[in-house]
Design a protein around this ligand. Structure first.
Ligand SMILES: Cc1ncc(C[n+]2csc(CCOP(=O)(O)OP(=O)(O)O)c2C)c(N)n1
Ligand SMILES: [Mg+2]
Length: 314
């Protein structure tokens, strides 16, 4: 992925998430959603290192991963608005978006739920010899689920081509990692299964991209899975309407000073790729892209009542 494309994607994700937070406050979108403001470099860094044939699974906080993988912002927004043009025809909402045609096998509202799913996708890839690598996102909280350990064990044992990407964003709802993880370094857990465990600065796009590129090449060569811990910070609240009483505004200000987008912009300016005008132009383009997505969603039809029982299996 070209650097400027990656930069645009990070902006698209940021403005998409900010739009959602605004739309909730205005009462224009119902239900709930978990935004990933502050975590854009992880989503785009991983997507930038994968091939078109590869697969991704995500969590309840998955809009960024989906957009980074190439989802259409209008259709993703329409899903949040419950419209027939949405990725799940308006029936799933934020935590049920998927599009197998771009190798995106879905969000998952069950904490840790996508970890065994990704492991199964990797088994499929191995059995078919497709050369596909599956990237599986999950949070620090999810790394405490039993299924995390079961999946890492079987993936290591069978040398499955799956990359377990832990987004250590400091919190699982209101529980800080220091309160929830006996060893705060998730990557250390890889040693229990004899697989590589690497920790990178998740606010650094290039660090994430380069680590994933190398681990994906190894997995594709038949060397099995790896665990990559990306340290970052959830700048947004856990979900809609979170008063964030479990942390201080000072802590948040310190985290904002490490904003991955500002950091990437500074880097692109320093190496002469962008100047202030170009940054402004990219920001304006990304904003109009999201404005158009909201217009598309809001003017799309609701699903017809006649189809209420379609796609129900139980
Ligand atoms: C099996 C299960 N247990 C509990 C929950 C409630 N829950 C929703 S999000 C969340 C925290 C997840 O934290 P983390 O894995 O760190 O992801 P983050 O929200 O930080 O992205 C919990 C406990 C759930 N959805 N599923
Ligand atoms: Mg977390």
């Amino acid at each position: 992925m070209e650097t400027l494309k990656a930069y645009s994607l990070m902006l698209t994700i940021r403005f998409f998430e900010e739009a959602i937070e605004r739309l909730f406050l205005e009462g224009r979108v119902m239900g709930t959603a978990h935004t990933c403001i502050g975590q854009e470099a992880v989503a785009v860094g991983v997507a930038a290192a994968l091939d078109a044939r590869d697969a991704m699974t995500t969590t309840h906080r998955g809009h960024g991963h989906f957009l980074a993988r190439g989802a259409d912002a209008g259709r993703a927004m329409a899903e949040l608005f419950g419209r027939a043009t949405g990725y799940s025809r308006g029936r799933g909402g934020s935590q049920m978006m998927m599009d197998p045609s771009i190798g995106f096998y879905g969000a998952n509202g069950i904490t840790g739920g996508s970890i065994p799913f990704a492991t199964g996708l990797a088994l499929d890839a191995q059995m078919r010899g497709s050369g596909r690598v599956t990237a599986c996102f999950f949070g620090d909280g999810a790394s405490n689920q039993g299924v995390f350990h079961e999946s890492l064990n079987i993936a290591a044992l069978w040398k499955l081509p799956v990359l377990f990407i832990a987004e250590n964003n400091g919190y699982a709802m209101s529980t800080a990692t220091a309160q929830g993880l006996a060893n705060p370094h998730i990557a250390d857990r890889a040693a229990s299964y004899g697989i590589p465990g690497i920790r990178v600065d998740g606010n650094d796009f290039c660090a994430v991209r380069d680590a994933v590129a190398s681990l994906a090449a190894d997995a594709r060569d038949g060397n099995g899975p790896a665990l990559l811990e990306c340290t970052t910070y959830r700048l947004s609240g856990h979900s809609r309407g979170d008063p964030r009483v479990y942390r201080t505004r000072d802590e948040e200000s310190a985290a904002w000073s490490k904003d991955p987008i500002l950091r990437f912009e500074a880097q692109l300016k320093a190496d002469g790729t962008l100047d202030d005008d170009a940054i402004l132009m990219h920001r304006e383009n990304a904003r109009s892209h999201i404005d158009a997505a909201v217009r598309f969603a809001e003017t799309s039809p609701l699903p017809p009542h006649t189809g209420l029982t379609d796609d129900l299996f139980a």
